[in-house]
Structure formats: structure tokens, C-alpha cells
Write a protein that binds this ligand. Structure first.
Ligand code: NAP
Length: 244
């Protein structure tokens, strides 16, 4: 039970990577507050399986005006979190020359500005407690770029930059901040790709398979737990060796 009695906030916990992280954290003894835009299918079953250790909040994290107040209220209600996973994310892919500014801005709002507001708000309370672990979901695309994803790549590169800056600011107060850069993971986000694009991406992966949400949850558990007590300001790439 590596997260016994820890309280964790996980954004985008309705499906895919965030759902796997929330489940893994609960299995390791944590109480989890999950956020998604709506109540996901099967939520009642998930809460009952978690024996009440899963709580659900519906919120649009792209609505930046409401994010800080929402999180402040959550901190008041819970007494603060030990772990934050900024996982919610979206794509609005297009070639840069065809991408309209609203699709560029929307991806920045949900994937970069909102995680920054949440990390800042949760981080302040963690600093008062002198402990905490913040995990931001980046992407290999934020390190290497990707044609057709200028907005997403810019947001994820920004996530890496703010992770390292926040890590420097919070380390003296006992709060660690790290990022995970997943590669090609089987979720709704990647199911929209064409078969041809999937095959081409798979051919670049030395471990010869797509990653699973559980592969990312394992890295999140490590960064959330005391096993990573001496690690901060890092980006852990989980991509089957796609980029070495
Ligand atoms: P996904 O299956 O599409 O799930 C996205 C999650 O984010 C859902 O829970 C969704 O909630 C939530 N979300 C989206 N917009 C939101 C908003 N405005 N407010 C609140 N919640 C919102 O994606 P995924 O593949 O699991 O990705 C999770 C994270 O990993 C993302 O940050 C993504 O960029 C990153 N990542 C994924 C891959 C990959 O290959 N899959 C690779 C690298 C990085 P609803 O269900 O309510 O819409």
C-alpha cells in the first residue's frame, strides 16, 4: 500500500490514462478526487468498488475563470492534497498553416493554463503542509514536436517548462514536481488515428506495442509515492523506447 491514507486529485479521471491512475492509486490505499467534464458511464460501480474512496467532480477545466475557485473549494473541503495529477488533455489537430487561433488557444487553455492554475493552487497548500507530489502529464510530442500538432506540442512543451520552474520554487519546501511524457498509448485520444498512421507509429517503437494506460499509471504511482522521494524537476518518458 504505497499511498496509504494519501489524498490525491486526478484530473481527466473518467477514462484512458487518468482512469487507470485513479484506480491504481485507490488500490494502493489513496482516496481520490477525480475530475471530468461529466459523470462517466459506470461511475457508481467505480465508487462502490473503491469502497467510497473515489469522489467525483464535474467541471470544464478549459473554463479558466472558474478553475482556481473550484480547486480552492476542494482544498477547503478535503484539507488539502498529498498528490496532484494534472492529466486532463485534449487535441485539436491540424497543419499549422490551416490551424485557426481558437483551436490553438483551446488546446493551450486545457493542456497548459489550466494545469498551471491547478498546480499553483494545490501547490500553495502543499507548501503549507511541507509535503506533496505534483505530476503533470506532458508528452513526447512536447519534447520532439509533431507535424499536425503545433498547438498540442506547444502546450506540452510549456507543461515541461512550468514543471521544472515550479520544481525549483517548491523543492526547498518539501514539494516535488515532475512530469511524465507518454509516447503512443491506447486510449480514445489515439483511437481517432488512421490505421496507416497507427502502423507507421508502431514501426518506430522498439518494444513493438502501443503503451497501455496501466504503463503510465505505474510511472505516476512511482512519482506519487515516497519511492521517488529524491526525484524532482524530471520528465520521465514512457514510450516503449520510441525516443532514445
Ligand atoms: P482521453 O482518453 O482522451 O481522456 C481525456 C481525459 O481528459 C478525459 O477524462 C476527459 O474527460 C478529460 N478532459 C478533457 N477535457 C477536459 C476539460 N475541459 N475539463 C475536464 N476534463 C477534461 O486521453 P488520454 O489518452 O487518457 O490522455 C490523458 C493525458 O495524457 C492527456 O494530457 C494527454 O495529452 C496525455 N497523453 C496521451 C497520450 C496518448 O497516446 N494517449 C500520449 C501522450 C500524452 P471527459 O471524459 O469528461 O471528456
Amino acid at each position: 500500500m504505497r499511498l496509504q491514507d494519501k489524498k490525491a486529485l486526478v484530473t481527466g479521471a473518467s477514462r484512458g490514462i487518468g482512469k487507470a491512475i485513479a484506480g491504481r492509486f485507490i488500490a494502493e490505499g489513496a482516496e481520490v478526487w477525480g475530475i471530468g467534464t461529466k459523470e462517466p458511464e459506470g461511475l457508481a460501480e467505480r465508487i462502490s468498488e473503491a469502497k467510497g474512496k473515489l469522489h467525483w467532480i464535474c467541471a470544464d477545466l478549459g473554463d479558466l475563470a472558474q478553475v482556481e475557485e473550484l480547486v480552492e473549494n476542494l482544498i477547503k473541503d478535503t484539507g488539502g492534497f498529498d498528490v496532484l495529477v494534472n492529466n486532463a488533455g485534449i487535441t485539436r489537430d491540424n497543419l499549422s498553416f490551416r490551424m485557426n487561433l481558437s483551436d490553438f488557444q483551446k488546446v493551450l487553455d486545457v493542456n497548459l493554463s489550466s494545469p498551471f492554475i491547478i498546480a499553483r493552487t494545490v501547490g500553495r497548500a502543499m507548501i503549507r503542509q511541507r509535503r506533496g507530489s505534483i505530476i503533470n502529464m506532458a508528452s513526447v510530442v512536447g519534447i520532439h514536436g509533431n507535424g499536425g500538432q503545433a498547438n498540442y506540442a506547444a502546450a506540452k512543451a510549456g507543461v515541461i517548462g512550468f514543471t521544472k520552474s515550479l520544481a525549483q520554487e517548491s523543492a526547498p519546501r518539501g514539494v516535488r514536481v515532475n512530469a511524465i511524457a507518454p509516447g503512443f498509448i491506447a486510449t480514445d485520444m489515439t483511437s481517432a488515428m488512421t490505421e496507416d498512421a497507427k502502423e507507421k507509429t508502431l514501426a518506430l517503437i522498439p518494444l513493438k506495442r502501443m503503451g497501455t494506460p496501466d504503463d503510465i499509471a505505474a510511472a505516476a504511482l512511482f512519482l506519487a509515492s515516497d519511492e521517488s522521494a529524491y526525484i524532482t524537476g524530471q520528465v520521465i518518458t514512457v514510450d516503449g523506447g520510441m525516443f532514445m
